[in-house]
Design a protein around this ligand. Sequence first.
Ligand code: SAM
Length: 239
Amino acid sequence: MRMHRLYVAEPLSSPSELTLDGDTAHYLIKVLRVSVGQSLQLFNGDGVNYFAQVLELQKKSLLVNITDCECPNNEPSLAVSVAFSLFKAERVEWLLQKGTELGATEFVPIISQYTDGKNAQQLEKKQARWQQIIISACEQSGRAVVPVLQQSESFRDFLQTDSSDAKLLLHPYQSKKLSEFPLPLQRVTLLAGPEGGFSEAEVDEAKASGFRCLSLGPRILRAETAPLSALSIVMDQWS
Ligand code: SAM
């Protein structure tokens, strides 16, 4: 039987016994229909996988016995922050899911000059759903560290606070490729524009804040395709 892998927002340790209730218990009991003795893999974002067995089942809770743990060692050696100027909600979901699978460590939604106003308003309502999409992608991909989803911020605030040692603005009309940049030490930021792109003034401002323009080739990629494409190249060449 396939071992279910599940995020739990609780402190975990091995060996220990733990009672699970609330939504987690509902999902395990009613949706996955686990039985006594069944093996589970739990993680809480601390970088460790915990192996457990179901000891007791109640109507709305279950007792599990954590017997072992391991570090999966599948996190990138380089922290990669994906900053994206907000676009349509369903495409943001795609970006968060695929970006988590590909190893992003942080997502930063940005409001820039050509961000659609409606898209900017969606964030507050969507934050919990987007966080759940990231967690589900961790469950599926075997990650034991959950990427951070930041609150949205303005383009200018973002430029002032970003502290990466490689700052790359994805720009379709530039020619520099990733191999032309020096290898960063710890952290890279990928900054992608909305469907309407960045204004010239924003590109200049980003350059003045240390960003350099990265090309992903001669074709114009959709707003969600560009950061995912850049992320895979960074993971392949730098991490
Ligand atoms: N007409 C827009 C413009 O003038 O920039 C195109 C925007 S594109 C649909 C959305 C974002 O994806 C861009 O702002 C850029 O960050 C990124 N992007 C798309 N194609 C790219 C490419 N070939 N190289 C680098 N970045 C790209």
